[in-house]
Design a protein around this ligand. Sequence first.
Ligand SMILES: Nc1ncnc2c1ncn2[C@@H]1O[C@H](COP(=O)(O)OP(=O)(O)OP(=O)(O)O)[C@@H](O)[C@H]1O
Ligand code: SF4
Ligand SMILES: [Mg+2]
Length: 321
Amino acid sequence: MTPLLRLTDVCVDIGRKRLLDGIGLTLDRGQVLGLVGESGSGKSLTALAIAGLLPLIGGKVTGGAIHFDGMDLTAIGEARLRSLRGKRFGFVMQNPMTALDAVQRIGEQIDIVSRLHLGLSAQAARLRTLDLMAQLRIAEPSAVAEAYPHQLSGGMKQRIVIAMALAGDPELIIADEPTTALDVTVQAQIIQILTRLSRDRGLALLLITHDMGVVAQVCDRVAVLYAGRIAEERAVEPIFEAPSHPYTAALIGCIPRDGMAPGSLHGIPGAVPVSGRYPSGCRFNPRCTHAADLCRQERPALRALPSGGSVACHFAKAETS
Ligand SMILES: Nc1ncnc2c1ncn2[C@@H]1O[C@H](COP(=O)(O)OP(=O)(O)OP(=O)(O)O)[C@@H](O)[C@H]1O
Ligand code: SF4
Ligand SMILES: [Mg+2]
């Protein structure tokens, strides 16, 4: 079966800097794919590339292909891309305020999406808006629909942005760290809502997060990014049981576990390289405890694993299953 979304060898440049270099991943309908990696690894650039929004930050796709339901989004032109955004895929950004209009009532902001993309009348659009709000567990939807963004809490605003992303009945939602600005309980609720919608509606969800704990709980697959390249991309269970890439293993090692003394958690030693100033060979080599001469000389190719997925490491552990 053709996946709903497939990125093949995608490269992204801003100015003369190559910031994404050969990104490959796949996402099926009804699946949740976690996109993880430390700050600066290229998660948001990947999301913007898929949504066709790179021009907003002066970037462009300079290589590879982004297939969505068989169409190459890098080749269809801005007009068709605009017609797909909102209707066939929705985007939930990290900061809800950037997606909301401060001077327009909440209900109108959601209504407009289904009027535009589904051709609903004003009345039908409002019914749909109230129904979506109820699905997102917003109490008193009619009252909230009349409110302005500044009257709502951060968690409520984020639900509204999700309602807007869902209003056009898309097949894919791209959620870029949708919960980092929220407190832990609200974070858990929002993630739960998104993943439930994915299962119930057969919606594909690309969930960008720093949090490997969230990935373990809710994702079907995970793509691990490091310094603008894919380190490993696989189903969640095998990746947590036996990560093939040392960087994935290091990220998993950073997940807090029950019984850990407070303060005993450490990050991965060393820092992500500054964009455009990458070490030669494998970009992870200065931080990798398994690095050998070959790692400093040759870039490890992204190669397919027998059980599906792929890994880019000269010495990737063989799969056990
Ligand atoms: N507009 C821009 N101009 C120049 N460089 C940029 C721009 N946006 C991002 N970058 C660089 O591209 C790299 C990837 O950035 P990106 O925002 O995708 O990281 P990220 O994985 O989303 O990080 P975070 O977890 O902090 O959100 C970083 O090194 C960043 O400095
Ligand atoms: S290629 Fe070498 S440096 Fe890179 S992750 Fe694998 S072992 Fe480490
Ligand atoms: Mg980001």
